[in-house]
Design a protein around this ligand. Sequence first.
Ligand code: UYC
Length: 232
Amino acid sequence: TASHLDDLRLKLKSDSPKTQLQALQDIIQADEVGLALLMEFLLERRAAVPSFVEGTAYQALYAANSPKAAEFLQTHFPTGIVPLRSEGNIDYSELQKLLAQQELEAADRLTLEKLCELAGPAAAQRKWVYFTEVGSLPITDLQTINSLWLVHSEGKFGFSVQREIWLSVGKDWDKLWPKIGWKAANNWTRYPQGFTWNLSAPRGHLPLSNQLRGVRVMAALLAHPAWLSAPT
Ligand code: UYC
């Protein structure tokens, strides 16, 4: 009904992400009218720095089996809602797509590949980043990758989330691992089947950093200046 729609519209404009997400869940249950409301919401918010509320709305439209929604996204948000800025001339559109589809295992793999690409030809060939290469990764690109994860995970995943948890445990790795589900009962979580590839995972679970060669790459990543000015 019209008043129900007005109510949802008001809740979408709330200052509380929790209220907004609840309204989104209700709208997503709805039909074409719900989709129209999501489109209206995204257009209104397009100037702002995207948050996971817009990300969730975008994903609902992306997943809706609706030609109208598909055309809307193609017209207004052809590369998603996070600006795919890169200083390294790297294309993040495939990563955007995988995250929008919540294909988190593939997105995680691609994230590692993109970090290698960003670190240069030597890293791309070796297929892992050496810790001394991390400091010179451009802030812009790390923030793009991080925003994509944040916005498409209801704010649960991303390097800045991992950093925040890492700081909250006094940079104690042994305390970090169980908190983000990388270790349980002192056993490493097995790659890939032991990890949780959806939003039911603990905060900071993704993206993964393989610890096979030690903690220095992740330490350098979480200490990167990119997170000093990143949204969380
Ligand atoms: N793996 O256990 N990991 C791989 C993780 C470890 C191992 C890839 C994360 C512990 C081997 C990713 C954890 C360990 C391979 C991750 C984890 C181990 C591999 C694919 C919890 C043994 C095969 C990308 C900390 C005790 C590849 C890549 C190889 C792969 C992630 C073993 C993303 C977060 C210490 C044998 N593991 N990894 O980097 O190099 O290859 O042989 O962390």
